[in-house]
Design a protein around this ligand. Structure first.
Ligand code: NAD
Length: 358
């Protein structure tokens, strides 16, 4: 029995979570596992109901779950609220409460979308790597921080434990992939990066079967657009990962295609990278594939069902190959579909691929 906390949130978060749930239910039926959903409010809808974007009750339900699925939060209506009541404040608090110190974002090319990227087809074909971004430390949280009339300052700081735990996770997952980790830093300029590099190399001794390379962050940004095929797992700090994961995500095409996982020692949260898209919310236009691909990550990382995860990814690929496109992906000669039509098509292909495998 897998317990899943469902946090649809606001705007298209609700629509794509609905798609995710249908795929999870299909997977549970095909692979004979029980799932139990507990749905709670987060973001603007929680503010409307409870006066806060994240209640203790929602956090408690997440603590009691094997995995958390989040849609998206935010909307025009809540933009002028004080910072701590804004829907987005709920995300930071939730990640912190669940101790999610690693954010994983894949950069993977779906062959039928190879022409929608700004990069050339020959550079892109076969690209499949993941960015491991440290999520709860580094310059975004370091003290002292602040500014006055004369200067502004932040502190980039990492402890040994913070680097060790994400490095271990990256090496472990590299073993299940192509066995290669590229640790990205700025050790030629920053002492904190030299420290990061030293610790990564110490942890590597436990994983000597995995190939490890170091790369400076400026070079890595260039290499991602020059020759992205060289990467398997990119391991990096909070600030560098924030930037590199966006570059890596966009080489693959639309925002509606990008899934993510945030993992800690005990809890895991899965969410599409996109926001609540208030401009198309409630119109059945949202691309559900980032949410469905996040479900694939959930089956892989939280439920240890890699095969199920792979079949969901194959079903997405087949649906795109059949020419189905939501409005954000639409191109000439393809079939424009709604959120629900795209979801139904993925589920149909999921069942077909599963039966063929059997
Ligand atoms: P957004 O990702 O919501 O939308 C950016 C653009 O991409 C919009 O034109 C939107 O229509 C389109 N888009 C996004 N996802 C799509 C999908 N699945 N299918 C089709 N089109 C899609 O970013 P934004 O407009 O900057 O932010 C809107 C709200 O979402 C804000 O309140 C913002 O703070 C919030 N936000 C939340 C999260 C999150 O919940 N994790 C992330 C980013 C932004």
């Amino acid at each position: 029995m897998f317990k899943i906390a469902l946090l649809p949130g606001d705007g298209i978060g609700v629509e794509v979570t609905n798609s995710a749930v249908q795929v999870i239910k299909t997977a549970a039926k095909l692979y004979n596992v029980d799932v139990e959903f507990k749905e709670c409010l987060i973001g603007g809808c929680s503010y409307e109901a409870n006066g806060t974007p994240l209640t203790d009750e929602t956090i408690k339900i997440c603590y009691e779950s094997d995995a958390v699925f989040l849609g998206a939060v935010g909307g025009y209506k809540w933009e002028s609220l004080p910072h701590n009541l804004k829907p987005e404040a709920a995300l930071l608090k939730l990640r912190k409460s669940l101790g999610l110190y690693t954010n994983i974002r894949p950069a993977k090319i779906y062959q039928p979308l190879v022409d929608s990227s700004s990069l050339k087809k020959e550079v892109l074909e076969g690209v499949d790597f993941v960015v491991f971004r440290e999520l709860t430390g580094g310059i975004y949280f370091g003290e002292p921080r602040g500014f006055d009339d004369e200067r502004g300052f932040n502190t980039m700081v990492y402890t040994k434990e913070e680097v060790e735990r994400i490095a271990r996770m990256a090496f472990k997952i590299a073993r299940e992939r192509n066995n290669k980790v590229t640790s990205v830093d700025k050790a030629n300029v920053l002492e904190v990066s030299q420290f990061w590099r030293n610790i990564v190399h110490q942890v590597h001794k436990e994983f000597s079967d995995v190939e490890l390379n170091d790369m400076y962050v400026d070079n890595c940004a260039m290499q991602i657009v020059r020759n992205p095929k060289q990467f398997d797992v990119i391991l990096t700090s909070n600030l560098f990962g924030d930037i590199l994961s966006d570059i890596a995500g966009m080489i693959t095409g639309s925002l509606g295609m990008l899934p993510s996982a945030s993992l800690g020692n005990k809890y895991a949260l899965y969410e599409p990278v996109h926001g609540s898209a208030p401009d198309i919310a409630g119109q059945n236009k949202a691309n559900p594939l980032a949410a469905i691909s996040s479900v694939a990550m959930m089956f892989n990382f939280s439920f240890n069902m890699k095969q199920t995860s792979d079949v969901i990814e194959q079903a997405i690929n087949k649906t795109l190959d059949n020419g189905y496109r939501t409005v954000d992906l639409m191109s000439e000669g393809c079939k424009l579909v709604s959120t629900t039509e795209m979801t139904e098509a993925v589920i149909k292909n999921f069942k077909e691929i599963f039966l063929k495998q059997d």
